[in-house]
Ligand binder design. Structure first.
Ligand SMILES: C[S@@+](CC[C@H](N)C(=O)[O-])C[C@H]1O[C@@H](n2cnc3c(N)ncnc32)[C@H](O)[C@@H]1O
Length: 442
């Protein structure tokens, strides 16, 4: 019979991959040796340990005589996975301790097994005092690195705490009905028949939140292309783009094709959709996703900074869903807390500015470009768009009127523009930023 140490060891390897080797959690979890029956548990342990790891790391600081950085990534991960189970998971505590200690042997840390055992047992005895010390700072209490706390407090003042809390919540699994093949109501009925309760989302007519998380690959509606997975905030890109039949559209950073698919499902009769991405592997995922949905676009591998990528001619609509810090989607990707560095933000902002400037030149007079990120940092959003507007007299910012056309959208926070920011947890969505920019005719 399994002693549970194999699943703990798999979670420890994944967490060590993120915190020690800079891998994304998705990559770190893709271990073919994990027993399929254990996958969901391994995933829950790794997500939880990373989500609450900045708080637990402050506990480790009190338990270990060596500094955090002097511990191997495996030992760091063993302690985070062990403490996570004791403080947050529903696992029986004695099983959590013994399986994690046993996991130390499986991940090459046999010599540290006694130390792991001692740390976890001391936490059981002195939990309150140890956590009180960790919780003395906002970063500890909300389990975020200090630089993210500082950046959110600077940008969002009294809303920062709410965002920090939302970043640790379990996100809903939101589906998007493929309106070219079904209706939202018919999809809800199909899912109900399969035993899944769903909830509509006020401003995203094709969206359905699933009451309980599930593996979508097991849903017939997903396999047969009647739905995709997409947060409701991301489902705003297409209505804000407002493409019409006959138009040429460039989706400039398109992979894995979530918004390309939504566009093609919602607006039949477009003249052309070019789905561009610089990453060939990710561009392959656009093709796969469109094939599953029964849709077609001109998928091109190329650099959006190259003004000829995707072919000649101007576009009536351009979507720039720019590479960003992902600070709006931390609840889905807790590895962002560990992988992002403060200096990344200015590097990303420079790239975002360059992408916006180059793509603007490809927009037809009277056309609209939507600049989007899943960041909630002003340096990547408002500051990028402000600098662009200051340098581009022929650009008009039309986010407010564009968003008024989206039924049910909560009102824009006044005086925070240009652009529209959805904060995580406020409307139940991921954090997202949109700015709609039109090229004046003359
Ligand atoms: C936020 S993701 C796009 C998500 C996508 N729009 C969706 O809804 O599924 C950003 C994408 O930009 C791509 N990218 C980054 N730099 C790029 C560039 N210079 N040219 C084209 N694509 C780029 C990345 O490979 C990544 O796939």
């Amino acid at each position: 019979m399994s002693d549970g140490s194999a699943s703990r060891a798999a979670a420890v390897r994944a967490v060590a991959g993120v915190i020690g080797r800079g891998q994304s959690l998705e990559t770190a979890l893709a271990d073919p040796n994990v027993d399929p029956a254990d996958r969901a548990f391994v995933q829950a342990l790794a997500f939880g340990a990373l989500r609450f790891g900045h708080r637990l790391k402050l506990v480790v600081g009190q338990l270990a005589t060596r500094k955090w950085d002097a511990l191997t990534p495996e030992l760091q991960a063993l302690l985070l996975v062990g403490l996570y189970q004791l403080e947050y998971a529903e696992t029986a505590e004695h099983a959590a301790v013994s399986a994690t200690v046993e996991a130390a042997r499986r991940v090459g840390e046999a010599r540290a097994a006694g130390f792991v055992n001692a740390c976890l047992r001391r936490f059981q005895r002195e939990r309150e005092a140890l956590l009180a010390v960790a919780d003395a700072s906002v970063g500890g209490r909300t389990s975020h690195p200090a630089w993210i706390v500082d950046a959110l407090e600077q940008d969002w003042h009294d809303q920062a705490e709410r965002v920090l809390a939302a970043n640790n919540a379990h996100p809903p699994l939101t589906l998007r009905a493929n309106l070219a093949r079904t209706t939202t109501e018919a999809l809800a009925a199909e899912l109900a028949e399969a035993g899944h309760e769903t909830h509509a989302v006020p401003f995203a007519p094709a969206a359905l939140d699933l009451g309980r998380p599930t593996d979508v690959r097991a849903l017939q509606a997903f396999v047969e292309g009647r739905c995709s997975v997409q947060d409701a905030a991301a489902q705003l890109a297409v209505p804000l783009l407002d493409a019409r039949p006959g138009m040429r559209v460039l989706d400039a950073c398109a992979a894995p094709g979530g918004k390309t698919g939504h566009l093609l499902e919602s607006v039949p009769g477009l003249a052309e959709v070019v789905a561009l991405d610089v990453d060939p592997l990710r561009a392959g995922r656009i093709r796969d996703n469109l094939a599953r949905l029964g849709l077609a676009a001109n998928v091109v591998v190329g650099d959006a900074l190259d003004p000829t990528a995707g072919g000649p001619g101007l576009f009536d609509r351009i979507l720039l869903d720019a590479p960003c810090s992902g600070t709006g989607v931390i609840r889905r990707h807790p590895d962002i807390k560990w992988l992002r560095r403060p200096r990344d933000v200015s590097t990303l902002a420079d790239r975002q500015k360059r992408l916006l400037a180059v793509l603007w030149e490809r927009l037809a007079p009277g056309g609209r470009l939507v600049y989007a990120t899943c960041s909630i940092l002003r340096a990547e959003n408002r500051a990028v768009v402000r600098a662009f507007l200051a340098a581009t007299p022929e650009a008009a910012e039309v986010t407010e009127s564009a968003s008024l056309a989206v039924a049910g959208l909560p009102p824009l926070p006044a005086a925070r523009g240009p652009g529209l920011t959805l904060l995580p947890g406020v409307a139940g969505t991921d954090g997202f930023y949109y700015a709609c920019l039109e090229r004046r005719q003359h």
